[in-house]
Design a protein around this ligand. Structure first.
Ligand SMILES: C[S@@+](CC[C@H](N)C(=O)[O-])C[C@H]1O[C@@H](n2cnc3c(N)ncnc32)[C@H](O)[C@@H]1O
Length: 219
């Protein structure tokens, strides 16, 4: 079952063409990404159930790793993802509560959740520090943010040069996605009680989204 928290009154987020394209493209790549990141996702998400939030849930590729019956508050402002997101929730037995809002302003109470998921999202949000502050706010003490993100490559490396050369078109096509963010540093600076970050090396032909990090931040 899908519940919508506020009316999807205005399709203000996401360009109709690029929004549809991005949802379709991520759907097309779903199995490809899962083959490469499935083990990491399983490890990060395997223990989660109950009531959680996922920022930038997209088409819901993480749902396959959550326990059926989990309540997921999906913070997904881009309406062009909502149809696939709801279908994936039905397929996986997830109770979806759809919040069509930005993660910079999460419409959930303070200290209300055990866990928040971020999968390939902190690259795209307009203000990562504001999003991380909101994530901390909605987590209960001891609650966790689990994240899997692509990040800036080492300065001077070939991958970093590719990231720099493709930055503008990449950001345009993928609606704000930046390949130059030091997300590990941003999470460490966000005031969590403890943070664990590790490097992931997903072998992918999509060079600008190498390398990646995964980890946990405890409130
Ligand atoms: C690259 S997609 C990742 C989708 C999905 N999490 C996955 O792993 O495939 C980035 C997602 O972040 C969402 N997004 C962008 N800006 C956002 C914001 N300010 N707050 C919440 N989600 C946002 C986009 O709509 C999109 O669904």
């Amino acid at each position: 079952m899908t519940t919508l928290t506020t009316p999807r009154a205005a399709r203000t987020s996401g360009n109709p063409v690029r929004g549809r394209f991005n949802s379709w493209f991520l759907d097309l790549l779903d199995e490809y990404v899962e083959r490469r990141l499935g083990d990491v996702r399983r490890e990060l998400l395997g223990g989660l159930g109950g009531e959680v939030a996922e920022i930038g849930a997209g088409n819901g590729p993480t749902f396959r790793h959550l326990r059926p019956g989990t309540v997921v508050h999906a913070i997904e402002p881009n309406p062009w993802f909502h149809r696939r997101l709801a279908a994936e929730a039905r397929r996986r037995g997830i109770e979806l509560v759809l919040h069509p809002v930005s993660a910079e302003r999460i419409d959930l109470p303070d200290g209300s959740l055990d866990a928040v998921i971020s999968s390939l999202v902190l690259c795209t949000v307009a203000d990562p520090a504001a999003v991380l502050a909101e994530v901390r706010r909605v987590l209960r003490p001891g609650g966790r943010l689990v994240f899997l993100e692509h990040v800036a490559a080492r300065p001077g490396s070939v991958v970093r040069l590719v990231q720099q050369a493709t930055a503008r078109p990449w950001r345009w096509v993928f609606e704000g996605c930046r390949t130059d963010r030091d997300t590990g540093r941003a999470v460490r600076a966000a005031g969590f009680a403890s943070v664990e970050v590790r490097d992931i090396r997903m072998a992918t032909v999509f060079v600008p989204i190498r390398p990646q990090i995964a980890g946990t931040a405890i409130r």
